[in-house]
Design a protein around this ligand. Structure first.
Ligand SMILES: [Zn+2]
Length: 369
């Protein structure tokens, strides 16, 4: 058994789901139109599932068969079920003509990327071709902001605040900085954050936050000047419609990262004076996540790894890459190796000798010329 066998077995899961969906849609087509409305009641007792689950199976199969490019990719085992459901979800808000284009682009991306990388790419792609729709959706979702309480088992509950991405980033950052300022005790950082958030909500005094708020907002220069309506990027989140990003920029608590319009890569960070911090921030801006294959750990939670071991002179932007603790340890303690190229790509070699290329994702869309 080798990795190829694992890959084939995994592809078979998607192929089986596609085949099941095809059979289900054929079955539905065979029902007369009156019965079709109640189709879940025909299949639920046979499959030993609830009518709600039956409805979900029917809806998914029907939607999948309506999107032939996604269906074909699944039937051939090129993308898994999670990716296909995510792509269908992104397509749902688009007019049919646009959806057809986006479907092809996203399936091609998904074949060679992880679920979350494809999702992020898709959200940005849709923002770019339909910025007004993105702003309309943002406004509608903002109206639906709320606080929800979920009861958990064993005497616990969970509280969820739905708010703008920017407010959430600032709120989390504040909780995090206060928690990190607490003296060392037996509590984990997660436990401290929960206690701090509770104290803030109960109106109790808390420790003073440590350090400066770090919320990065990336905007093409042209958009910041109001010349274009390109989306802004909120670090650790993704794209924001240009008008929303401009509102945040006017508010003041952010760092501007200028992007090169040709490549979309970070070129300069304003308001940074000390060179070593600048280096660190530029690397984090250029490589927003851990540079291991498919890892999405944000750079601010990563170590800076010397790709070629430290030799006294190679603490350079070229040689330093963010790696999460887990992947930093994998590289240090096992036979995985990685090589950085001048163009920002990496080659990873597994202990069994397979090689994989990874490339940094531009943090802003390159200009379309
Ligand atoms: Zn990682």
């Amino acid at each position: 058994m080798d990795e190829a066998d694992v890959k084939t077995a995994y592809a078979a899961i998607a192929q089986a789901i596609a085949a099941f969906s095809g059979v289900l849609v054929d079955y539905l087509a065979g029902l007369d139109s009156r019965d079709r409305e109640f189709a879940e009641n025909f299949i639920a007792p046979v499959l030993k599932v609830s009518p709600i689950k039956g409805t979900r199976l029917i809806d998914r199969a029907t939607e999948l068969l309506e999107h032939r490019v996604v269906f074909k990719a699944m039937a051939e085992g090129r993308i898994d079920e999670g990716k296909s459901l995510m792509i269908l979800d992104l397509l749902r808000t688009l007019p049919i003509a646009q959806a057809l284009v986006v479907e092809k682009v996203l399936v091609a991306h998904a074949e060679n990327s992880t679920y979350s990388a494809t999702r992020q790419y898709g959200v940005r792609y849709i923002h770019r071709i339909d910025p007004d729709a993105a702003e309309r959706r943002h406004k509608a979702k903002h109206k639906a902001r709320l606080v929800e309480k979920f009861n958990l088992e064993d005497g616990m509950s969970s509280l969820r605040l739905t708010m703008t991405a920017h407010d959430a980033a600032l709120s989390y950052d504040r909780i995090d900085r206060i928690a990190k300022a607490l003296p060392k005790d037996r509590r984990t950082l997660d436990q401290k954050r929960s206690d701090v958030a509770k104290d803030l909500l109960h109106g109790r005094e808390t420790a003073a936050p440590q350090g400066q708020t770090m919320v990065y907002l990336t905007m093409p220069v042209t958009s910041a000047l109001g010349l274009t309506e390109e989306p802004g990027m909120l670090s650790g989140y993704g794209p924001l419609p240009a008008p929303v990003a401009k509102d945040i920029a006017a508010g003041g608590v952010w760092k501007r990262i200028l992007t090169d319009p040709k490549t979309g890569m970070a070129e300069e960070i304003s308001n940074i004076y000390r060179p070593t911090d600048k280096q660190r921030e530029l690397i984090a801006a250029r490589y927003p996540t851990c540079t291991a294959i498919g890892c999405r750990q944000p750079a601010h939670r990563c170590d800076l790894d010397h790709c070629c071991p430290y030799n006294g002179t190679n603490t350079t932007i070229k040689n330093l890459r963010p790696k999460c603790r887990h992947h930093h340890r994998m590289k240090t303690h096992t036979n995985w190796t990685c090589e950085n190229r001048d163009d920002g790509t990496h080659t990873w070699t597994t202990p069994r000798g397979h090689t994989y290329e990874t490339a940094p994702e531009p943090i802003a869309e390159p200009a379309p010329f």
